[in-house]
Design a protein around this ligand. Sequence first.
Ligand SMILES: [Zn+2]
Length: 298
Amino acid sequence: MGTNFHLPSTLEQFQQQFPTEEACIDFFFSTKWPSGFSCPNCGHSHAYITSTRRLPLYECLQCHHQTSLTAGTIMAGSRTSLHKWLTAIFLISRTEQGTNAVALSKIISVTYKTAWLILHKIRHAMSTADQGTLLSGIVQVNSAVYGKPYNPYFRSHPQEHYLLAGSSLNIQGEPSYIKLKLVPKIHVKEKLFQRSATLDFTQQHIESHTNNIEFITGRFSSKRFRTLLAYAAQAGKSINNTFHGIGQKYLQHYLDEFCYKVNLTLHKATIFQHLTHLCTVPHAKLTSFNPENTPMCA
Ligand SMILES: [Zn+2]
């Protein structure tokens, strides 16, 4: 990362900073290999570069393994330019507004289907990184509802989705990593979270040796983890603003996107750089969220 890197804050600034495919290739390179090329096969630091192809090909001088910026990543095999990918990454990185496939397809001049697929793959990278990151230490979890602001009836509305909002706490007792996870309806009876819901969440999202876990799932419980409920409410609002109502099928991905941004912000990391890094990590290594792993800009 050059020391003169400034984070673009508007699309115009982004386009000025990354006007060409070459500028984007350089950025992906320095994000993937912050201390210079490193062979994914043997770790050697020197490569022969073939630039005649659409994307540079790097051949390791030691083991002759050939690799590229996109090999094994969510971008592998894509015919979309890195410039368009980076534009999508930039747009989805913004916290004040998200992006959707309709908007993206217009900005980067691709079909709706291509734009949808790009966003889907970027979200997939975020979700995968989150799956490998378990809550630990002191963990608090509160039940929440997404979809309908208030429904006094015992029977749930089809647009109501049950969530468990969980977090690890730092020494100050504030959330240091959050998760918002949909709870399958089989775990909720007449709006009451069954024990299976919390067991399931514990098994999937909390480190196994953690013994300081507190769940609040009672519908009329007077104790609440207000910060977690506030995150759940904020997620609902931001998802509605960007997607104008969506089905359950992709809701978890959108919740993961929301949490990904919150978590990077809690760690004072730069979303645009971290997400670019995630997109250059081969699938097999996309196993955890680690903001300390990526170069940060000043
Ligand atoms: Zn090698």
